[in-house]
Design a binder for this molecule. Structure first.
Ligand code: DLL
Length: 435
């Protein structure tokens, strides 16, 4: 097995991990206090000094850092080292406000790539694999992160970036790619294109996929696994804390192990900020324990999930996070009811529809409206108008049962919804335009 299975860390006992985390935390708090004026001010406001933090048990004393803080401090305000020591920048897409820019020293890049290497090894990768990286390269962290991890494992790395799907498939066949890394929505699109090209999953060499960067359901996982003839693994991360590889799935495919030697995770009540006990659902908060250039302490991700230390069959002891249902920002409040796009996706795929859908929310006559357009498959498209009306009605009923409010369902022609090569856009909330 590759060097990037590190049992001394990945299978360490809870007390060993905690001791390692405590040691790193004490140093990290000092590093931040001494070098990051913005966070020093937050600590001073709360009356906390570095000496107050002697172990992980003291973490709760530290102030939170939010996305708003990152925007306030843009671009250099949270730098923990001189700019001259940084070797790389990545950034979020900035669709919901000002961009977040993250900085990396060479050591930060190394630890990030190690995390991605662990993820590839956990998905069965080794030096004989051909790893096709179809996440975007550039400011987005997906391409560079998995590229670095793949090279560390010793895989032959194909830096395809996203897009140009037919060329992706041609390379996949010609170079016998065994591992595919991309967003789940792009993996589904690649699967659909394979089918259209008349290529069966047996004619490609893929065995595993490492998919993340957006929420995806178990139903979507099964569809992708079937379409590509692979085992599909989840991977999680965010630009603010390096990128992909903060957490990764193992062969048990039941939640993602967090790389706890680098990232300490807490779950808090998003309303009160109170730390919740293991197993509770709440907002995920990360502390980077040894990142140098952009060392975020108690960073509120807005991702809603839960943590579990239940024994994992793979032997790893690293705490596991449940697949996030989506960000608290993705949650729509429609007629007072909380709705996540992933709930709609679950119903669609269970009822045999494609994962190509678009949710539109609006407000008419002071009432919220929810319209879900769903693409028919070419086989379903030949149905009569009467059949289609019945299908729309049945699908709307299934969604009402799941959501507690009734949507209007529109079944639309195959290929009429734009495909995604990166993160899929699933929701258009027109109410925001009226505000
Ligand atoms: O999406 C980093 C990444 C790249 C992760 C490639 C995995 C693979 P950002 O663009 O900053 O970074 O977006 C981070 O995406 O807070 C989650 O809301 C969401 N997200 C990431 N991975 C998952 C996942 C990258 N596996 C935000 N499941 C995070 C659900 C995910 N949501």
């Amino acid at each position: 097995m590759s060097n990037y299975f590190q049992p001394e860390i990945e299978c360490a006992s809870a007390s060993e991990i905690r001791a390692m985390q405590s040691e790193k935390l004490v140093k990290q708090v000092k590093h931040v206090y001494d070098n990051v004026e913005y966070y020093r001010n937050l600590m001073d406001e709360k009356g906390v000094k570095p000496e107050d933090i002697q172990s992980i048990d003291d973490l709760h004393k530290l102030p939170f850092l939010t996305k708003a803080d990152l925007r306030d401090a843009y671009p250099y305000g949270l730098l923990g080292v001189n700019l001259g020591e940084c070797v790389r920048i990545h950034s979020t897409s900035g669709t919901t406000g000002r961009r977040v820019v993250a900085f990396y020293t060479q050591k930060d890049i190394d630890l990030w790539e190690d995390c991605c290497a662990r993820a590839i090894v956990a998905a069965g990768g080794n030096k004989d694999d051909v790893c096709q990286v179809a996440y975007g390269y550039g400011l987005f962290t997906g391409g560079f992160g998995l590229n670095g991890g793949s090279q560390k494992v010793g895989c032959l790395t194909l830096p395809m970036s996203s897009g140009n799907t037919e060329r992706q498939i041609q390379f996949m066949q010609d170079l016998q790619a065994t591992i595919l890394c991309c967003t789940p929505s792009y993996a589904a699109y690649i699967g659909e294109t394979l089918k259209e090209m008349g290529i069966s999953p047996d004619e490609i060499s893929l065995k595993a996929g490492i998919f993340g960067a957006e929420p995806w359901t178990e139903e979507m996982r099964r569809d992708i696994e079937k379409a590509l003839g692979i085992k599909a693994y989840d991977i999680y991360g965010l630009t603010e804390s390096t990128g992909p590889g903060v957490a990764f799935e193992c062969e048990a495919q039941k939640g993602m192990h967090i790389n706890e030697d680098h990232f300490y995770a807490e779950i808090i009540d998003p309303e009160t900020g109170e730390v919740l006990p293991e197993g509770s659902k709440g907002e995920l908060v990360f502390t980077s324990l040894d990142k140098e250039a952009f060392p975020l302490l108690r960073y509120r991700t807005r991702d809603i999930c839960l943590l579990s230390r239940e024994k994992c069959s793979c032997g790893r002891t690293l705490v596991k996070m449940r697949k996030p249902m989506g960000r608290s920002d993705d949650m729509m409040i429609i007629r007072g009811v909380n709705v996540f796009p992933s709930q709609i996706e679950t119903v669609l795929l269970k009822e045999g529809y494609s994962p190509n859908y678009l949710i539109e929310v609006d407000r008419k006559n002071n009432t919220d409206t929810l319209d879900v357009s769903v693409e028919l498959t070419p086989e379903q498209f030949s149905d009569t108008v009467k059949d289609i009306a019945k299908k729309e009605h049945d699908l709307a009923s299934a969604m009402t049962t799941m959501l507690g409010i009734s949507p209007k369902v529109h079944l639309v022609a195959p290929k009429s919804i734009t495909r995604s090569e990166g993160k899929a856009v699933r929701v258009i909330d027109k109410r925001k335009l009226h505000d």
